[in-house]
Design a protein around this ligand. Structure first.
Ligand code: CMP
Length: 140
């Protein structure tokens, strides 16, 4: 199986409740390595660009407001099959549908305030890492 990198975010609902360590513990327990991490506060423009793919969706404006409402933790995770593995560790987008033990089942407040983001494909992982870690050399 291939060693991959995926882009992860710990969202404002989770940083507000001091859950960074608890979420990182779940990531590390899965075998994924956190090879880059920084806590930032996104501008509206950056959030709009990141979520551009959802621009036509009814929740887009609220999502941008939420993602700029407080600090977020941006990460690069590395490991075997990292993209799918992290999506399994997060659980379904809607916490009501997420499996027991997943980040979203344990911590998410609702489908928007869902504590974590993870890339959904190799192409998007590369693009999301490039957008958020430009200028950083990421060493695994
Ligand atoms: P994420 O994995 O970051 O990708 C897009 C985000 O949009 C998603 O997590 C949620 O935070 C949010 N989202 C997705 N679907 C909905 C929805 N139906 N209503 C509100 N927010 C949503």
């Amino acid at each position: 199986m291939a060693i991959e990198r995926t882009f992860s975010m710990i969202k404002p609902d989770a940083t507000a409740r001091n859950l960074t360590g608890a979420i990182n513990a779940k990531i590390e327990a899965s075998g994924l390595k956190i090879i880059a991490q920084k806590r930032v506060h996104w501008s509206t423009g950056h959030a709009q660009k990141f979520y551009e793919v959802h621009k036509a969706r009814p929740f887009y404006n609220d999502l941008v407001k939420f993602m700029t409402s407080g600090p977020i933790v941006l990460q690069v995770l590395e490991g075997e099959n990292a993209i799918k593995k992290y999506r399994d560790v997060m659980g379904a987008t809607d916490p009501a549908k997420a499996e027991a033990g997943t980040i979203r089942k344990e911590f998410a407040e609702n489908i928007e305030r869902n504590s974590a983001h993870g890339s959904d494909s190799v192409e998007n992982a590369a693009a999301e890492i490039a957008l958020n870690f430009a200028g950083f050399e990421i060493v695994g």
